[in-house]
Design a protein. Sequence first.
Length: 183
Amino acid sequence: MRKLWILAFVALFLSACGTREPKEENKAMDSLSSPGKNSTENVNPQQDNPVKDNQSVNNEIKGTGKPIHLSEDDFAAKVFDFNSGGKWKYKGDKPCMVDFYADWCGPCKMIAPYMEEFAENYKNKIYVYKVNTDFAKRLSGYFGINSIPAVMFCPMKGDYRMIIGANPKEKYISMIESFLLAK
């Protein structure tokens, strides 16, 4: 019986990480990154803090097949202006998926290679965005993201859909093919 409880606990942990407060040093960096950032300020996946990275914006324009890291302001400019409080309307010129993650989240790390693969395989058809929830508290709160990973799928028209937790790659592919790219 004890083994069954341990297995259930491990399965629950691997399915999704709950959100938590970032480490103290990350809180300090978060407070330094005030609203009003320009659209070239992104979260560098190699570091826990926001950095200037003009290459990320250039990657998006050229379609190099890499996930694009967004700040809250970038999300408002490219996906949906959640600050306005208006009705959902996707802003992009092609469908997108948004991976809400955190660097400390094990299941987020499990699906990160999927996001890299999707960005490459669908580079001319969809955008693959990543949002670090430790630096996007208002955005995460707006969409009610309490567990990560959470992947948002935004078609050109209509409402978005969200998948919570680490899922098999096939589930994400199915959503891309049947929801984002369906005509």
